[in-house]
Design a protein around this ligand. Structure first.
Ligand SMILES: Nc1ncnc2c1ncn2[C@@H]1O[C@H](COP(=O)(O)OP(=O)(O)OP(=O)(O)O)[C@@H](O)[C@H]1O
Length: 494
């Protein structure tokens, strides 16, 4: 395992999307291969196998899975069957998938072989895939057409090897220009981008802070952007925390949430530096779906998280996708609906739920996968004051009764702060203040950073303090303020 001394320097690069890039590139390359196959002249009956060379280029560039390679091989086989000049072209249906799989096997296992810094994969795959595919093809042809052994051993097999050598030359001749072309169009990573490793599986990554979440020197910049959205963020979240994150619009609050769920760096395209550990595990060493069992998130656009027709189906959806047994799903639905006080809505159509009920259903769906940590991104932006109060009472309940750690991104702090034990202020991707609610509010008001979000009642206390008054408890609710004012008043008027 490789050790990291400076976590701030560890990078993870990810290009957004791209799961279908292998199809685009393979289709293009096979089209080129087919044209070359049809027009290229043969010298003494010998010509490169352009189909194999082009799918080798596509596989070397896009590194598809074995199943995807099987698909590439079958498409190549169909092209060959339709365009073949051979007496028995159907052997291609076996030989081409075998060639594509051989190519993938080499790409996945021999990528470390380099010559003067250049990848040797095009040469190796061009030779090996052609020999494998050609060898299988001529063997099938021999038996299908009853050809004599002498022709097979002295003519066909040596010919396959010669074509393999030719392909070992033409494959890199196509690979390097194709790499430059696709990289210049932003379709695949350039060589420089490839040289930065985004595979952290070989690193020994351990948090250096105590906490259920430890963000250590986290920076993040989106693809093609100049300014990082998160800049050297270090934050530890303790089990049972009710943490509120606030800051101006665009300060990086949602990005921080996305880093907790693993969407940064696994979904969004960009470069992450530093590390986020969730329950001790580096997010770059796991996947978004595995993290979803530890961190449940409700986005500001929570309606987009609903996919089913009824409440019950909605909660079952993610559990079914994870292969959870039906009786466990049933129990999880019952339990999560109880937690959000929606038991009686179990059979209800989603279209017949109110906004607040749909929000609670999203929370129930998130709870069904039993995450320890719950993240809410601007949860009350679409709620009226009563709905906002109900929402915070609900998540307070989840915090104190069920022990969930809560992280909330919030602009309007009045409703959230009575339940929070910590308030983090973020500005231009930096954490400016991380303290208890009173400390951070004082910081915001005194330094005039996002002071407009300081609850009016608390701002009033600070103004009175400036005028010489003293109070024992922070005014985070009107009840505390009334009690404090009562104490100031002469006894006979109270
Ligand atoms: N996919 C993206 N590509 C490029 N820049 C992005 C992307 N997503 C967000 N940003 C930028 O990152 C910065 C931080 O965005 P983020 O959504 O984290 O801020 P925020 O504090 O949650 O804002 P708001 O309160 O308005 O939701 C913003 O300047 C935003 O324009």
């Amino acid at each position: 395992m490789k050790q990291i001394t400076d976590i701030a320097s560890l990078e993870f690069h990810h290009r957004q999307g791209g799961q279908f890039r292998w199809i685009t590139i393979t289709t293009l390359m096979l089209a080129i291969g087919t044209i070359l196959h049809l027009v290229s002249p043969s010298v003494a009956g010998i010509t490169p196998n352009w189909t194999i060379a082009t799918y080798c280029v596509a596989i070397c560039l896009t590194k598809p899975s074995y199943t995807q390679s099987l698909g590439i091989g079958l498409v190549a086989a169909l092209v060959n069957v339709l365009t073949s000049k051979s007496g028995f072209p159907y052997g291609n249906l076996i030989s081409e998938p075998a060639g594509a799989l051989t190519c993938t096997l080499i790409v996945k296992n021999l990528a470390f072989i380099r010559f003067k810094g250049h990848s040797c994969l095009p040469v190796l795959t061009g030779l090996a895939a052609t020999c494998m595919s050609g060898g299988i093809f001529v063997t099938i042809l021999k038996f299908a057409m009853g050809l004599p052994n002498i022709v097979y051993f002295t003519g066909m097999l040596p010919l396959v090897f010669v074509i393999g050598l030719l392909n070992a030359v033409v494959t890199p001749l196509m690979y390097f220009p194709a790499l430059r072309l696709f990289a210049s169009r932003g379709i695949i990573d350039s060589l420089e981008e490839q040289s930065v490793t985004s595979d952290h599986s070989g690193y020994d990554l351990k948090p250096t802070q105590e906490g259920i979440v430890s963000m250590e020197h986290l920076s993040y910049i989106h693809n093609k952007q100049k300014v990082p959205v998160l800049n050297d963020v270090t934050l530890a979240i303790q089990p049972g925390d009710f943490l509120v994150i606030t800051g101006e619009s665009g300060s990086g609050k949602s990005s921080l949430c996305m880093a907790l769920t693993g969407a940064i760096p696994h979904y969004f395209g960009g470069v992450m530096k530093g590390m986020v550990y969730v329950e001790g595990q580096a997010t770059t060493q796991t996947t978004i779906s595995k993290l979803a069992n530890k961190v449940g998130a409700m986005l500001d656009d929570y309606d987009s998280q609903l996919v089913a027709m009824t409440v019950e189906e909605e909660i079952a959806f993610s559990l079914e996708n994870q292969g959870v047994a039906p009786e466990q799903i049933d129990a999880a639905i019952t339990e999560s609906l109880e937690k959000v006080h929606m038991t009686e809505y179990r059979q209800r159509q989603l279209s017949k739920l109110s906004g607040g009920q749909r929000q609670r259903l999203v929370i129930a769906s998130v709870l069904a996968t039993s995450p320890e940590i719950l993240v809410f991104d601007e949860p009350t932006s679409a709620l009226d004051p009563e709905g906002t109060r109900d929402f915070y009472e609900l998540i307070h309940d989840l915090n104190v009764q069920y022990g969930h750690t809560i992280v909330v991104v919030e602009h309007s702090l009045e409703a959230a702060l009575p339940f929070a034990n910590r308030l983090v202020l973020i500005d231009h991707g930096h954490i400016l203040c991380d303290g208890n609610v009173e400390e951070t509010l004082r910081y915001m008001y005194e330094k005039n950073v996002y002071a407009s979000a300081v609850p009016k009642i608390f701002a009033c206390q600070l103004d009175l303090e400036r005028a010489g008054c003293q109070f024992t408890a922070p005014w985070l609710s009107s009840e505390t303020a009334v009690a404090a004012v009562r104490q100031l008043l002469p006894q006979d008027r109270s």
